[in-house]
Ligand binder design. Structure first.
Ligand SMILES: [Zn+2]
Length: 396
């Protein structure tokens, strides 16, 4: 993902912004329905049943880094796909790939689809990029800047969470399809999100209409985990994430399902504009969210922290605990239909029950001000983008 906006992507970002404003004002609505209702499910009863194993996810981060740089078109990239294809096929997923040529890259997106036995209510896409960055251009040591990053947090962490979730999804009894989308070429040179962009460009209208939501995991393994409110993104999905995080003890100033005080992990009062994979489905009107930690290491101006895009992005900076926290959050979301049963909230009849988490979020859950809040968020994103463009162009 990319914090700033390079001159090459400026016009594209302006287009995203325009499209996002149009989408926000027209309040595009899905017509999908589900048999299960998020509102009717006792989330706390399910917290005790969660199975996500943070240690296993942590081992996957080490495995991915040990493979070597997962550069698009490389042998390491092919080895990665071969290994996960074998694992996911054994778990009864239907695995497929799509190849695209972008700039000088041969990129390969990999999809692992799980389908219910009976009728499916539609599709939920969970995604992470599996390529690692080809250059450590933010490294303080100049001689490192042409080296490929180890990519433990960016983005082996997101992939590791998907691979661990993959083991549990088949036994969840879900009524919809789940596609685990391992996207390629998110983070190469000055080109970002190419795999997700190519996927989105090739979706038919029917496919777009069948997708309940797109949930992106990026940089979710930082031992010092802080998940921020990423712009752009769907408000309902964001309020669901805060609900789930509250139940799991990840929101400061709230009480979790066991009665314990929440930690300061989900910090959705911190808004950050990020050009990441989720922007492409978002601009198609698919409810999308980027679950991401934007401070990896010490805070460093105009970056995502001192370890970001450096040789310091190593497995020791990632923890099983953080991967477990994010994995449990997504698992609870899957088991409660938090990411699929969102049409009713889009209707403007937001039936979200008041929870402790409401106190910590902005007025986005307020029914009357919902579209206003969406516009304000998009407006803020536009302003942030403009500031970043100005800042970027001001660089020598
Ligand atoms: Zn990156």
């Amino acid at each position: 993902m990319h914090r700033g906006v390079s001159p090459r992507t400026t016009s594209r970002t302006a287009l995203f912004t325009c499209l996002a404003i149009v989408l926000a004002t027209t309040m595009v609505q899905g017509t999908l329905s589900t048999a299960e209702s998020y509102q009717g499910i006792d989330r706390c009863a399910l917290v005790e049943t969660l199975q996500f194993n943070g240690q296993a996810a942590n081992a996957s981060v080490q495995w991915q880094v040990d493979l070597g740089p997962r550069l698009p078109g490389s042998e390491v990239s092919a080895n990665f796909r071969e290994a996960i294809t074998e694992n996911l096929t054994a778990l009864d997923y239907e695995v497929s790939t799509q190849e695209h040529q972008r700039y000088d890259m041969n990129l390969t997106n990999l999809f692992a689809k799980w389908s219910p036995d009976g009728t499916s209510s539609g599709l939920l896409v969970l995604s992470a990029h599996y390529d690692s960055r080809n250059i450590a251009d933010q490294d303080t040591n100049e001689s490192n800047r042409s080296q490929p990053v180890p990519g433990a947090n960016d983005a082996a962490s997101g992939v590791a969470v998907l691979l661990e979730l993959a083991k549990h999804i088949p036994s969840m009894g879900l009524n919809h399809d789940v596609i685990l989308f391992f996207n390629d070429a998110e983070d190469q040179d000055q080109q970002y999100t190419l795999g997700a962009e190519a996927w989105a460009e090739n979706l038919t209208e029917e496919e777009v209409a069948s997708i309940h939501a797109f949930v992106l995991l990026d940089m979710v393994g930082d031992a010092d985990l802080q998940l921020h409110n990423i712009l752009p993104g769907n408000d309902t999905l964001k309020s669901r994430v805060v609900d789930l995080a509250t139940d799991l003890g990840m929101v400061n100033g709230t009480v979790d399902c066991s009665g314990a005080a929440g930690e300061d992990i989900v910090q959705y009062d911190t808004l950050v504009g990020v050009l990441d994979d989720h922007v492409h489905p978002h601009e198609l009107g698919i409810p999308s969210i980027d679950i991401m930690d934007t401070t990896y290491g010490e805070p460093k101006p105009y970056t995502f922290g001192s370890y970001w895009h450096t040789m310091e992005d190593t497995p020791d900076k990632v923890s099983a605990e953080s991967l477990g926290a994010v994995g449990r959050l997504v698992e609870l979301g899957l088991r409660t239909y938090a990411f699929v049963d969102i049409a009713e909230d889009l209707d403007g009849e937001n039936t979200t029950e008041p929870t402790e988490s409401s106190n910590n979020t902005e007025s986005e859950e307020d029914t009357g001000s919902k579209s206003l809040a969406a516009l304000a968020a998009i407006g803020l994103f536009s302003v942030l983008t403009l500031i970043l463009v100005v800042e970027w162009k001001g660089k020598p």
